[in-house]
Design a protein around this ligand. Structure first.
Ligand SMILES: Cc1ncc(COP(=O)(O)O)c(C=O)c1O
Length: 392
Protein backbone atom coordinates (compact mmCIF):
# COMPACT_ATOMS: atom_id res chain seq x y z
CA UNK A 1 0.00 0.00 0.00
CA UNK A 2 1.40 3.41 -0.88
CA UNK A 3 1.38 6.27 1.61
CA UNK A 4 -1.78 8.40 1.33
CA UNK A 5 -0.64 11.20 3.64
CA UNK A 6 0.91 13.22 0.81
CA UNK A 7 -2.27 13.26 -1.29
CA UNK A 8 -4.05 16.60 -1.53
CA UNK A 9 -7.78 16.17 -1.16
CA UNK A 10 -10.17 19.00 -1.97
CA UNK A 11 -11.19 20.13 1.54
CA UNK A 12 -14.71 21.09 0.40
CA UNK A 13 -15.37 17.63 -0.96
CA UNK A 14 -13.72 15.96 2.01
CA UNK A 15 -15.93 17.92 4.44
CA UNK A 16 -19.15 17.77 2.47
CA UNK A 17 -21.95 15.84 4.20
CA UNK A 18 -23.17 12.67 2.52
CA UNK A 19 -26.82 12.26 1.64
CA UNK A 20 -28.45 9.24 3.28
CA UNK A 21 -31.34 7.86 1.23
CA UNK A 22 -34.30 5.97 2.67
CA UNK A 23 -33.59 2.32 3.61
CA UNK A 24 -34.26 -0.05 0.72
CA UNK A 25 -36.44 -3.12 1.09
CA UNK A 26 -33.40 -5.33 0.38
CA UNK A 27 -31.51 -3.72 3.28
CA UNK A 28 -33.98 -4.90 5.94
CA UNK A 29 -32.15 -7.39 8.19
CA UNK A 30 -32.99 -11.00 7.37
CA UNK A 31 -33.38 -11.78 11.08
CA UNK A 32 -36.55 -9.67 11.13
CA UNK A 33 -38.07 -12.55 9.17
CA UNK A 34 -40.25 -10.22 7.11
CA UNK A 35 -41.67 -11.35 3.82
CA UNK A 36 -43.82 -8.46 2.85
CA UNK A 37 -42.04 -5.14 3.42
CA UNK A 38 -43.45 -1.84 2.16
CA UNK A 39 -41.32 1.22 1.59
CA UNK A 40 -42.92 4.54 2.40
CA UNK A 41 -39.64 6.37 2.91
CA UNK A 42 -38.41 8.04 -0.27
CA UNK A 43 -41.34 9.90 -1.84
CA UNK A 44 -41.48 7.48 -4.74
CA UNK A 45 -44.67 6.68 -6.60
CA UNK A 46 -46.74 3.85 -5.14
CA UNK A 47 -48.51 3.24 -8.45
CA UNK A 48 -45.32 2.18 -10.20
CA UNK A 49 -43.64 3.42 -13.35
CA UNK A 50 -45.42 4.70 -16.42
CA UNK A 51 -46.06 1.60 -18.59
CA UNK A 52 -45.20 3.58 -21.72
CA UNK A 53 -41.82 4.48 -20.23
CA UNK A 54 -41.13 0.86 -19.26
CA UNK A 55 -41.82 -0.27 -22.81
CA UNK A 56 -39.53 2.39 -24.28
CA UNK A 57 -36.73 1.51 -21.83
CA UNK A 58 -37.03 -2.20 -22.66
CA UNK A 59 -36.80 -1.49 -26.36
CA UNK A 60 -33.77 0.73 -25.87
CA UNK A 61 -32.01 -2.10 -24.01
CA UNK A 62 -31.48 -3.93 -27.31
CA UNK A 63 -29.02 -1.24 -28.43
CA UNK A 64 -26.94 -1.14 -25.25
CA UNK A 65 -23.81 -1.87 -27.29
CA UNK A 66 -24.10 1.64 -28.78
CA UNK A 67 -23.35 4.97 -27.13
CA UNK A 68 -26.43 7.07 -26.53
CA UNK A 69 -26.78 10.41 -28.33
CA UNK A 70 -24.21 12.94 -27.09
CA UNK A 71 -26.88 15.49 -26.30
CA UNK A 72 -30.48 15.60 -25.17
CA UNK A 73 -32.09 17.51 -28.06
CA UNK A 74 -35.05 15.14 -28.53
CA UNK A 75 -35.87 15.15 -24.84
CA UNK A 76 -35.64 18.94 -24.62
CA UNK A 77 -37.82 19.26 -27.71
CA UNK A 78 -40.41 16.97 -26.08
CA UNK A 79 -40.25 19.01 -22.88
CA UNK A 80 -40.67 22.30 -24.78
CA UNK A 81 -43.66 20.86 -26.60
CA UNK A 82 -45.24 19.60 -23.40
CA UNK A 83 -45.02 23.05 -21.78
CA UNK A 84 -46.26 24.78 -24.92
CA UNK A 85 -46.09 28.40 -25.90
CA UNK A 86 -43.27 30.52 -24.60
CA UNK A 87 -40.82 27.64 -24.24
CA UNK A 88 -38.18 26.33 -26.59
CA UNK A 89 -35.73 23.43 -26.18
CA UNK A 90 -33.04 25.87 -25.05
CA UNK A 91 -35.09 26.67 -21.94
CA UNK A 92 -34.33 23.18 -20.59
CA UNK A 93 -31.33 21.69 -18.88
CA UNK A 94 -31.39 17.96 -18.07
CA UNK A 95 -29.51 15.67 -15.71
CA UNK A 96 -29.55 12.30 -13.98
CA UNK A 97 -32.32 13.24 -11.59
CA UNK A 98 -33.07 16.49 -9.82
CA UNK A 99 -30.09 15.85 -7.52
CA UNK A 100 -27.72 15.89 -10.46
CA UNK A 101 -29.33 19.07 -11.79
CA UNK A 102 -28.89 20.65 -8.35
CA UNK A 103 -25.28 19.53 -8.25
CA UNK A 104 -24.45 20.93 -11.71
CA UNK A 105 -26.33 24.14 -10.88
CA UNK A 106 -24.35 24.67 -7.68
CA UNK A 107 -21.08 23.89 -9.47
CA UNK A 108 -21.93 26.32 -12.28
CA UNK A 109 -23.34 29.23 -10.29
CA UNK A 110 -21.38 29.14 -7.03
CA UNK A 111 -17.71 29.91 -6.49
CA UNK A 112 -15.78 29.35 -3.26
CA UNK A 113 -16.76 32.07 -0.81
CA UNK A 114 -20.10 32.81 -2.47
CA UNK A 115 -23.24 32.58 -0.40
CA UNK A 116 -26.50 30.76 -0.93
CA UNK A 117 -29.68 30.96 1.14
CA UNK A 118 -31.41 27.81 2.35
CA UNK A 119 -34.66 27.73 4.32
CA UNK A 120 -34.61 24.87 6.84
CA UNK A 121 -36.11 22.36 7.34
CA UNK A 122 -35.74 21.33 3.72
CA UNK A 123 -34.14 18.96 1.23
CA UNK A 124 -30.51 18.44 2.40
CA UNK A 125 -29.08 18.20 -1.11
CA UNK A 126 -28.94 22.03 -1.46
CA UNK A 127 -26.62 22.20 1.51
CA UNK A 128 -24.49 19.28 0.34
CA UNK A 129 -24.03 20.48 -3.25
CA UNK A 130 -23.35 24.08 -2.22
CA UNK A 131 -20.77 23.15 0.42
CA UNK A 132 -19.09 20.76 -1.98
CA UNK A 133 -18.11 23.70 -4.19
CA UNK A 134 -16.92 25.81 -1.27
CA UNK A 135 -19.90 28.13 -0.93
CA UNK A 136 -21.15 29.40 2.44
CA UNK A 137 -24.67 28.54 3.47
CA UNK A 138 -26.87 31.20 5.07
CA UNK A 139 -29.98 29.81 6.76
CA UNK A 140 -33.26 31.70 6.81
CA UNK A 141 -35.44 29.14 8.54
CA UNK A 142 -39.13 28.56 7.97
CA UNK A 143 -41.57 29.53 10.70
CA UNK A 144 -41.04 26.77 13.32
CA UNK A 145 -44.77 26.14 13.87
CA UNK A 146 -46.30 26.43 10.42
CA UNK A 147 -43.23 25.93 8.22
CA UNK A 148 -44.05 28.97 6.11
CA UNK A 149 -41.50 31.13 4.29
CA UNK A 150 -40.38 34.50 5.63
CA UNK A 151 -39.79 36.39 2.38
CA UNK A 152 -38.77 39.65 4.05
CA UNK A 153 -36.14 37.77 6.08
CA UNK A 154 -34.84 36.08 2.92
CA UNK A 155 -34.52 39.44 1.15
CA UNK A 156 -32.76 40.95 4.18
CA UNK A 157 -30.26 38.08 4.20
CA UNK A 158 -29.18 38.75 0.61
CA UNK A 159 -25.68 40.28 0.36
CA UNK A 160 -23.27 41.17 -2.43
CA UNK A 161 -21.98 37.59 -2.19
CA UNK A 162 -25.35 35.86 -2.47
CA UNK A 163 -25.70 33.88 -5.69
CA UNK A 164 -28.51 31.39 -5.09
CA UNK A 165 -31.72 31.29 -3.04
CA UNK A 166 -33.36 27.87 -2.76
CA UNK A 167 -37.14 27.80 -2.50
CA UNK A 168 -38.58 24.30 -2.19
CA UNK A 169 -42.31 24.26 -2.82
CA UNK A 170 -43.96 21.92 -1.98
CA UNK A 171 -41.19 21.72 0.52
CA UNK A 172 -39.69 18.37 1.36
CA UNK A 173 -40.24 17.37 4.19
CA UNK A 174 -42.93 19.77 5.44
CA UNK A 175 -45.24 19.64 2.40
CA UNK A 176 -45.86 23.38 2.71
CA UNK A 177 -45.67 25.83 -0.21
CA UNK A 178 -44.63 29.40 -0.81
CA UNK A 179 -47.66 31.53 -1.70
CA UNK A 180 -48.09 33.22 -5.07
CA UNK A 181 -47.79 36.65 -3.46
CA UNK A 182 -44.64 35.71 -1.55
CA UNK A 183 -42.99 34.43 -4.72
CA UNK A 184 -43.98 37.60 -6.54
CA UNK A 185 -42.40 39.72 -3.78
CA UNK A 186 -39.28 37.60 -3.82
CA UNK A 187 -38.81 37.67 -7.59
CA UNK A 188 -39.55 41.38 -7.91
CA UNK A 189 -37.20 42.43 -5.13
CA UNK A 190 -34.31 40.09 -5.72
CA UNK A 191 -31.15 41.88 -6.88
CA UNK A 192 -30.02 40.90 -10.37
CA UNK A 193 -26.89 39.03 -9.21
CA UNK A 194 -29.03 36.36 -7.50
CA UNK A 195 -30.76 33.33 -9.05
CA UNK A 196 -33.82 31.80 -7.37
CA UNK A 197 -33.93 28.01 -7.58
CA UNK A 198 -37.61 27.08 -7.38
CA UNK A 199 -37.57 23.37 -6.59
CA UNK A 200 -41.02 22.22 -7.62
CA UNK A 201 -40.43 18.49 -8.10
CA UNK A 202 -43.77 17.79 -6.35
CA UNK A 203 -45.82 20.31 -8.36
CA UNK A 204 -48.14 17.70 -9.89
CA UNK A 205 -49.63 17.00 -6.44
CA UNK A 206 -50.45 20.62 -5.58
CA UNK A 207 -54.15 21.29 -4.94
CA UNK A 208 -53.99 24.76 -3.37
CA UNK A 209 -55.09 27.70 -5.55
CA UNK A 210 -52.45 29.87 -3.97
CA UNK A 211 -49.48 28.34 -5.78
CA UNK A 212 -47.04 30.52 -7.75
CA UNK A 213 -46.81 30.24 -11.53
CA UNK A 214 -43.02 30.03 -11.43
CA UNK A 215 -42.76 29.09 -15.09
CA UNK A 216 -44.26 32.49 -15.93
CA UNK A 217 -41.19 34.10 -14.35
CA UNK A 218 -38.96 31.96 -16.57
CA UNK A 219 -40.98 33.05 -19.60
CA UNK A 220 -40.46 36.66 -18.56
CA UNK A 221 -36.71 36.02 -18.44
CA UNK A 222 -36.34 36.55 -14.68
CA UNK A 223 -33.44 34.91 -12.86
CA UNK A 224 -35.54 31.93 -11.86
CA UNK A 225 -34.62 28.27 -12.41
CA UNK A 226 -37.50 25.83 -11.89
CA UNK A 227 -36.56 22.26 -10.98
CA UNK A 228 -38.68 19.28 -12.02
CA UNK A 229 -38.12 15.54 -11.71
CA UNK A 230 -39.34 12.31 -13.30
CA UNK A 231 -38.99 10.57 -9.93
CA UNK A 232 -42.33 11.63 -8.48
CA UNK A 233 -45.58 11.78 -10.52
CA UNK A 234 -44.02 9.87 -13.46
CA UNK A 235 -43.00 7.02 -11.15
CA UNK A 236 -39.50 6.89 -12.66
CA UNK A 237 -37.17 7.42 -9.68
CA UNK A 238 -34.98 4.50 -10.79
CA UNK A 239 -34.51 5.98 -14.26
CA UNK A 240 -32.70 9.04 -12.83
CA UNK A 241 -34.03 11.96 -14.84
CA UNK A 242 -34.62 15.54 -13.82
CA UNK A 243 -34.49 18.91 -15.52
CA UNK A 244 -34.48 22.61 -14.94
CA UNK A 245 -36.55 25.18 -16.83
CA UNK A 246 -34.72 28.49 -17.08
CA UNK A 247 -34.28 31.53 -19.29
CA UNK A 248 -32.29 30.42 -22.36
CA UNK A 249 -29.06 32.22 -21.36
CA UNK A 250 -29.03 30.40 -18.01
CA UNK A 251 -30.12 27.00 -19.35
CA UNK A 252 -27.55 27.08 -22.15
CA UNK A 253 -24.83 28.03 -19.68
CA UNK A 254 -25.83 25.30 -17.21
CA UNK A 255 -25.84 22.72 -20.00
CA UNK A 256 -22.10 23.26 -20.40
CA UNK A 257 -21.68 21.43 -17.07
CA UNK A 258 -23.11 18.23 -18.54
CA UNK A 259 -20.77 15.35 -19.37
CA UNK A 260 -20.52 13.80 -22.82
CA UNK A 261 -23.24 11.14 -23.17
CA UNK A 262 -24.69 12.48 -19.93
CA UNK A 263 -27.98 10.58 -20.12
CA UNK A 264 -28.33 6.95 -21.17
CA UNK A 265 -30.50 6.01 -24.14
CA UNK A 266 -32.95 4.37 -21.71
CA UNK A 267 -33.22 7.57 -19.73
CA UNK A 268 -33.75 9.69 -22.83
CA UNK A 269 -36.45 7.53 -24.40
CA UNK A 270 -38.04 6.59 -21.06
CA UNK A 271 -38.43 10.26 -20.24
CA UNK A 272 -40.01 11.14 -23.57
CA UNK A 273 -42.46 8.22 -23.26
CA UNK A 274 -43.24 9.12 -19.65
CA UNK A 275 -44.05 12.68 -20.65
CA UNK A 276 -46.66 11.39 -23.07
CA UNK A 277 -48.28 9.07 -20.54
CA UNK A 278 -50.86 11.60 -19.32
CA UNK A 279 -53.21 8.85 -18.19
CA UNK A 280 -50.62 7.39 -15.82
CA UNK A 281 -49.82 10.79 -14.34
CA UNK A 282 -53.50 11.52 -13.76
CA UNK A 283 -54.00 8.19 -11.97
CA UNK A 284 -50.88 8.71 -9.87
CA UNK A 285 -51.94 12.20 -8.84
CA UNK A 286 -55.49 11.11 -7.93
CA UNK A 287 -54.24 8.17 -5.87
CA UNK A 288 -51.68 10.35 -4.13
CA UNK A 289 -53.99 13.22 -3.25
CA UNK A 290 -56.63 10.84 -1.87
CA UNK A 291 -54.06 8.88 0.11
CA UNK A 292 -52.47 12.06 1.43
CA UNK A 293 -55.80 13.35 2.73
CA UNK A 294 -56.61 10.01 4.30
CA UNK A 295 -53.22 9.74 6.02
CA UNK A 296 -53.49 13.30 7.29
CA UNK A 297 -56.83 12.58 8.87
CA UNK A 298 -55.77 9.25 10.37
CA UNK A 299 -52.59 10.69 11.87
CA UNK A 300 -54.53 13.61 13.34
CA UNK A 301 -57.05 11.21 14.83
CA UNK A 302 -54.18 9.35 16.48
CA UNK A 303 -53.31 12.62 18.21
CA UNK A 304 -50.21 13.26 16.15
CA UNK A 305 -49.10 16.75 15.16
CA UNK A 306 -49.40 16.71 11.33
CA UNK A 307 -48.77 19.34 8.66
CA UNK A 308 -51.08 19.77 5.66
CA UNK A 309 -49.01 18.56 2.73
CA UNK A 310 -49.08 19.47 -0.94
CA UNK A 311 -46.58 16.73 -1.79
CA UNK A 312 -46.78 12.93 -1.99
CA UNK A 313 -45.79 12.58 1.68
CA UNK A 314 -46.95 13.64 5.12
CA UNK A 315 -44.78 14.98 7.95
CA UNK A 316 -45.75 14.20 11.52
CA UNK A 317 -44.36 14.41 15.00
CA UNK A 318 -44.78 11.18 16.95
CA UNK A 319 -45.04 11.29 20.74
CA UNK A 320 -41.97 9.01 21.06
CA UNK A 321 -38.46 9.39 19.65
CA UNK A 322 -38.68 9.03 15.85
CA UNK A 323 -35.77 6.57 15.63
CA UNK A 324 -37.51 4.29 18.13
CA UNK A 325 -40.83 4.61 16.29
CA UNK A 326 -39.35 3.94 12.88
CA UNK A 327 -37.45 0.90 14.17
CA UNK A 328 -40.68 -0.59 15.53
CA UNK A 329 -42.47 0.13 12.27
CA UNK A 330 -39.59 -1.48 10.39
CA UNK A 331 -39.86 -4.64 12.47
CA UNK A 332 -43.49 -4.75 11.37
CA UNK A 333 -42.52 -4.38 7.73
CA UNK A 334 -43.10 -0.67 7.08
CA UNK A 335 -40.20 1.66 6.21
CA UNK A 336 -40.74 5.36 6.97
CA UNK A 337 -38.12 8.12 7.19
CA UNK A 338 -36.71 9.77 10.32
CA UNK A 339 -36.02 13.40 9.48
CA UNK A 340 -32.72 14.13 11.24
CA UNK A 341 -30.85 14.81 8.00
CA UNK A 342 -33.71 17.11 6.99
CA UNK A 343 -32.94 19.25 10.07
CA UNK A 344 -35.94 17.83 11.97
CA UNK A 345 -34.69 15.35 14.57
CA UNK A 346 -38.10 15.05 16.21
CA UNK A 347 -40.22 14.19 13.15
CA UNK A 348 -41.05 11.34 10.80
CA UNK A 349 -42.13 11.50 7.17
CA UNK A 350 -44.32 8.92 5.50
CA UNK A 351 -44.74 8.68 1.72
CA UNK A 352 -48.26 8.11 0.43
CA UNK A 353 -48.70 4.47 -0.60
CA UNK A 354 -51.46 2.40 -2.17
CA UNK A 355 -54.66 2.45 -0.06
CA UNK A 356 -53.87 -0.93 1.51
CA UNK A 357 -50.31 0.20 2.29
CA UNK A 358 -51.59 3.37 3.96
CA UNK A 359 -53.96 1.27 6.05
CA UNK A 360 -51.20 -1.11 7.05
CA UNK A 361 -48.95 1.79 8.04
CA UNK A 362 -51.63 3.28 10.30
CA UNK A 363 -52.34 -0.13 11.86
CA UNK A 364 -48.67 -0.84 12.65
CA UNK A 365 -48.16 2.70 13.89
CA UNK A 366 -51.03 2.23 16.32
CA UNK A 367 -49.53 -1.07 17.48
CA UNK A 368 -46.07 0.44 17.88
CA UNK A 369 -47.37 3.43 19.87
CA UNK A 370 -49.34 1.14 22.20
CA UNK A 371 -46.27 -1.06 22.67
CA UNK A 372 -44.02 1.90 23.52
CA UNK A 373 -46.63 3.28 25.93
CA UNK A 374 -46.90 -0.11 27.67
CA UNK A 375 -43.10 -0.41 27.94
CA UNK A 376 -42.82 3.13 29.32
CA UNK A 377 -40.41 4.25 26.57
CA UNK A 378 -39.20 7.79 27.47
CA UNK A 379 -40.81 10.45 25.30
CA UNK A 380 -37.92 12.90 25.28
CA UNK A 381 -35.86 12.99 22.10
CA UNK A 382 -32.13 13.35 22.63
CA UNK A 383 -31.30 16.00 20.02
CA UNK A 384 -27.68 16.25 19.02
CA UNK A 385 -27.09 18.80 16.29
CA UNK A 386 -24.01 20.59 15.08
CA UNK A 387 -23.51 23.88 16.82
CA UNK A 388 -26.87 23.63 18.59
CA UNK A 389 -28.25 25.77 15.78
CA UNK A 390 -31.49 23.94 15.18
CA UNK A 391 -34.59 25.41 16.70
CA UNK A 392 -37.28 23.02 15.55
C1 LIG B 1 -37.35 18.63 -2.97
C2 LIG B 1 -36.64 17.66 -3.81
N1 LIG B 1 -35.90 18.12 -4.82
C3 LIG B 1 -35.22 17.29 -5.63
C4 LIG B 1 -35.29 15.93 -5.45
C5 LIG B 1 -34.47 15.09 -6.36
O1 LIG B 1 -35.12 14.05 -6.93
P1 LIG B 1 -34.46 13.17 -8.07
O2 LIG B 1 -32.97 13.32 -7.99
O3 LIG B 1 -34.91 11.79 -7.79
O4 LIG B 1 -34.99 13.72 -9.36
C6 LIG B 1 -36.05 15.39 -4.41
C7 LIG B 1 -36.12 13.95 -4.16
O5 LIG B 1 -36.71 13.45 -3.27
C8 LIG B 1 -36.75 16.29 -3.57
O6 LIG B 1 -37.48 15.87 -2.55
Amino acid sequence: MSDKSSLHFNPNIAASPIYVGGASIEAIPKEYGLEDVIKMASNESALGPSPLAVEAVQQAATTLNRYPPMGDEDLRAALAESFGEGFEPDNFFTGNGGCDVLSMTAASLLNPGDECIICRPTFPVYDITARRVGASVVYVDLDPDHFTYDVEAILSAVTERTRLVYICSPNNPTGTTITAQQMETLVNNMPSHVVIIADEVYYHFVTTDDYPDSLAYVREGKNVVVLHSFSKAFGLAGLRLGYAVAPTEIARYLSRARESFHLSKQTLVGGIAGLQDKDHIEKTVALTVNGRNWLHQQLSELGMQVWASQGNFVLFKPPFPPAECSERLLKRGVIVRPMTQFYLPTHLRVTVGLPEENERFIAVLQESLAEMEAEGVPKEVAVEQDGGEFKF
